[in-house]
Structure formats: structure tokens, C-alpha cells
Design a protein. Sequence first.
Length: 188
Amino acid sequence: MSGESVTRWVVLIVRLPARPSRHRVAVWRELRKAGALSLGQGVWAAPEVPVFADGLDRAVSLTGRAGGEAVVLRASGRGPGDAERFQAMFTAAREEDWTAFLADCGKYAAELDQEIRREKFTLAELEEEEQSLERLRRWHRDLKARDVFGAPGAPEAERELARCARRFEEYGELVFARLHAFGEGDTP
């Protein structure tokens, strides 16, 4: 769908009781996780494409269970300029997501560098780094699915994730080389 023109949007208006605040936080998290764009207090929007439907449905369900109200509207702009402005706002939000992703990729690479400097070549550390890489992969998949207009940072994020995967493989080779240097039953 990347780059296609979306002319319909889903607008969600949420009203929740002030207390307890955990309900507001839960709905906010669900909408952020779904990739919806906050338009103001209690007003969210997303392109009307399938990738957003489940997250919006979960937010509506959470709102109802919390004793709140949710109104879901289908909307289109009054003119092409409205759709273009909303698309630009939505793409800017995805670009922020890609920037955060790139920062985490940088942290991951720095952590691998640190483990190499410390010569921390253990299977436990390798497993921990693999879990961190898998978290990055899941996050990338989620961001890519929600980036329906193709934010400019997406290609760089793809390259950086591939670089992280190569760095992990290199670290894994160092771990196994160290383990084999000590023999089968020995530990470093």
C-alpha cells in the first residue's frame, strides 16, 4: 500500500472517566501501538486500511470495559488538500517512529561493541543479544505494516536492521570461537 492515496480515514473519539487513570493509559497505549495519530485530547485517526482495524477495535473494547464511550467515524476530507495534509501528518508520525527505531538499532550495535570489548563471549549473552535482535525485528515489522505511505526513514531503518543482524552474526562467531577454544567441557 506504500505511497498509495488513501481517501478515507477512521476517526475515533474516546471519552473515559478521569479515574482510575490506568484505563486512559491502557487506551492510549493501544492506540499508539496500533499506529493511530492523536489529533487532540481523546481524538485519534488512522487511514482506513486493514492493518489498523484490530488495534482500533481493541481500543474501543478497552474504552467500553472502562466505562467510557467511543465513537468511530469514517471520514474523508472536503477536498484533496485535506487528505494530503492528513497524509503528511501521518507520515511525519511514522518518521518519528523510524527515528526512534534507528536510535534503538544504534544502542544495540553499541551494546554488541561493548560485549566484544569486554570479551563477554558466553552463550547466555549471545541468547540475550538474539532476543534483543528479535525485538528489533518485530518492531520493524510492526512499523513497516503501519507505514502505509512510505516515510522517508524506512529504507535507512531497513539497512540498519540488516547491519544489526550482520553484527549479531559476527558476535555469534566470536562466542563460538571462544567456546571451542576452551574445549567442549571447559568454560571460559
